[in-house]
Design a protein around this ligand. Structure first.
Ligand code: ADP
Ligand code: TZD
Length: 598
């Protein structure tokens, strides 16, 4: 299913008549400039797409990049361009590039850069900036801001290039910083004056660096591997947890072999769903609340013991009190040597890239490897069967109006029939229910709110997945979540991307039946509710896409099938019960005032 638009061919030759060609060999006396050196440096390093938004001082850069054969995806808000760049980094292992103007544009992109760093996605935020001399004396330049200083604490590395001859080094350093070791966000500051600077074209070309081995393998120590294998081998109730680091690593076959050769049940974190198909017999996802407290040895592969795993302790893990250790021993496979012991003791850290670590672990697993005790496997299987049956009952119901389950039962079928489609997902209940109801079958296809639980990734992730992944995208969105990036449906229409947005519309944040606590019937609406029965589908229609308003699972199914068949930009406004959903979805307990009504 190759997208015609996603695979749009680059023009064969640069078509920018106003500027000299950079092919210095053909015209040896020629000069090049900052614009072209930047474009050439990116191209030399395999960058083929830029996500951004034009304006001073990078307007010409967007035009010239497009003329030089780069795909330039122009957004309506930099935050969405930034999210697009970051998820392109996750999907491709190449740093996603986001290009913005100075101060406000930079700040709009910065949230996405910080989010990329938090999620370990490789991304480079390239922002134009104002005159250094004026900025540093705080004399009030157009869009004045000390961007480098502001970016530094929010990303993995930040660089500024002042001279055209240093562009090659700047780009190379940014690429290495983004993808080596633990991937993350990098900021590259390019002052306006840099772009028109000229230099001899041959010297310019020679100043560029094609980065060799940007993400070098990091081989784990043999003793660390042996320590981990010994611990795992002695386990009575072993468990593997796969995180999005494992998905990112693209070591899919080896990870599957590790699970299957050891026979150890595994839990996928949200964005690791599909690394092995969710229907795999060793998936313990349907018995999560049983396996976490019961396991005696847990091997984490590319997953942190952060809030998403209750910090490895407390009741979730069988601890007696909210902070008590549950008694598990942990093996942690991770590229970051400082990740171990961040929450609980890690008995066997295996530090290295996941590909190298998993292949080293596999080398130590032979036919004599003991299968996990039948007692453990049977107990898991019994819980799974029970929970799956319970879920099947709930999914089979057809209430009117629709609820999350009856709507998501349709999405579940559609994803099963289209396993190569990307599933973008945000919201609270819309997120939690989709994660547990919709099975994934292929790696790196589920893209969601990640480590921060951030709203706003929806349309940016969808656009990037369609552009760099070249596949159909299905975005399941809470109505609140959609609002954060909704204007990008114009971008989806403009580039004619195969994106089907499904809004699970319950008229508000979490749910739509809240009233003003002051009790005034004629007062402002509750902070948690929106215009009732809002017609989001008209937004898509406004830009030439297909809009649909649906109230039943059958209508939802038909419109989703049509969207996928036609590959047209589509927005389905799926009305669900106003009272469906709980506050903050499954993380109500993190809400300090949830239980206190005035
Ligand atoms: P999840 O949210 O799915 O649990 P996290 O984002 O918490 O996953 O954890 C991802 C982990 O994967 C991070 O600790 C990161 O250092 C690690 N990681 C990312 N890429 C690699 C890689 N190629 N090799 C090894 N570890 C990696
Ligand atoms: N702002 C940002 C950037 N991220 C956030 N996570 C929030 C606010 C708080 N928040 C959540 O954590 S979920 C959510 C918000 C505002 C929206 C929930 O409503 P929804 O989904 O309509 O998207 P459901 O399905 O109705 O719960």
């Amino acid at each position: 299913m190759e997208s015609a638009t996603a695979a749009r061919p680059a023009p064969a030759t640069p078509v920018d008549p106003a500027t000299p060609r950079t092919d210095a060999a053909a015209q040896p006396q020629q000069e090049t400039d900052g614009f072209h050196l930047l474009i050439d440096a990116l191209k030399l390093n395999g960058v083929d797409t830029i996500f951004g938004l034009p304006g001073i001082p990078i307007t010409d850069l967007t035009r010239k990049a497009q003329a030089a054969g780069l795909r330039v995806i122009s957004f309506r808000h930099e935050q969405n361009a930034g999210y697009a760049a970051s998820i392109a980094g996750f999907i491709t292992q190449k740093p996603g590039i986001c290009l913005t103007v100075s101060a406000p544009g930079f700040l709009n992109g910065l949230t996405a850069l910080a989010n990329a760093t938090t999620n370990c996605f490789p991304m480079i935020l390239v922002s134009g900036s104002s005159e250094r001399e004026i900025v540093d004396l705080q004399q009030g330049d157009y869009e004045e801001m000390d961007q480098l200083a502001i970016a530094k604490p929010l990303c993995k590395a930040a660089f500024r290039v002042l001279h055209a001859e240093d562009i090659g080094v700047g780009v190379a350093r940014a690429i290495r910083a983004a993808v080596s070791g633990r991937p993350g966000g990098v900021y590259l500051d390019l002052p306006a004056k840099l772009f028109p600077q000229t230099m001899d074209a041959v010297a310019g070309r020679n100043s560029l660096i094609e980065v060799v081995d940007p993400a070098p393998k990091q081989i784990p120590g043999p003793d660390a591997v042996t320590r981990a294998l010994d611990l795992l081998k002695g386990a009575k109730r072993p468990l593997i947890i796969l995180g999005k680091g494992a998905a990112y690593a693209q070591a899919d076959a080896d990870i599957r072999a590790l699970v299957e050769k050891t026979g150890i049940p595994y839990l996928p974190m949200a964005m690791a769903k599909g690394l092995l198909p969710d229907t795999h017999e060793l998936s313990a996802a349907a018995a999560r609340s049983f396996v976490l407290p019961e396991a005696d040895v847990v091997m984490l592969i590319g997953a942190r013991l952060n809030w998403l795993l209750s910090h490895g302790k407390g009741k979730t893990w069988g601890g007696d009190t909210p902070k008590a250790w549950g008694g598990q021993k942990f093996i942690q496979v991770d590229i970051s040597p400082t990740e171990a012991d961040s929450n609980v003791r890690i008995d066997a850290p295996v530090v290295g890239d996941i590909g190298s670590c998993v292949s080293a672990l596999l080398a130590g697993i032979d036919a004599s490897w003991p299968t996990p005790p039948a007692e453990w496997m049977d107990a898991i299987s019994e819980r799974k069967t029970r929970n799956v049956a319970k879920m099947a009952d709930t999914l089979a119901k057809n209430p009117s109006p629709m609820n999350f389950h009856s709507a998501l039962n349709v999405v579940r079928d559609i994803v099963k029939a289209n396993p190569d489609a990307y599933l973008v997902n945000e919201g609270a209940n819309a997120l939690d229910f989709t994660r547990s109801i919709v099975d994934m079958y292929e790696p790196r296809k589920r893209l969601d709110v990640g480590t921060w639980g951030v709203m706003g990734i929806g349309m940016g992730y969808s656009i990037a997945a369609a552009v760099v992944g070249g596949q159909q995208v299905i975005a399941v969105e809470g109505d609140s979540a959609f609002g954060f990036s909704g204007m990008e449906v114009e971008t989806i229409c403009r580039y004619d991307l195969p994106v089907c947005v499904v809004i699970l519309n319950n008229n508000g944040v979490y749910r739509g039946d809240e009233t003003n606590w002051a009790g005034h019937v004629d007062g402002d609406p509750s902070p948690l509710v929106f215009v009732k029965n809002a017609r989001y589908e008209k937004l898509m229609e406004a830009f030439g896409g297909v809009g649909a308003y649906v109230t039943t699972p059958a209508e939802l199914r038909k419109t989703m099938e049509d969207a996928i068949r036609s590959r047209k930009p589509t927005l389905i406004n799926a009305m669900i019960a106003e009272g469906a959903g709980t506050e903050s979805g499954r993380i109500t307990s993190l809400n300090p005032t949830a239980k206190k009504k005035p």
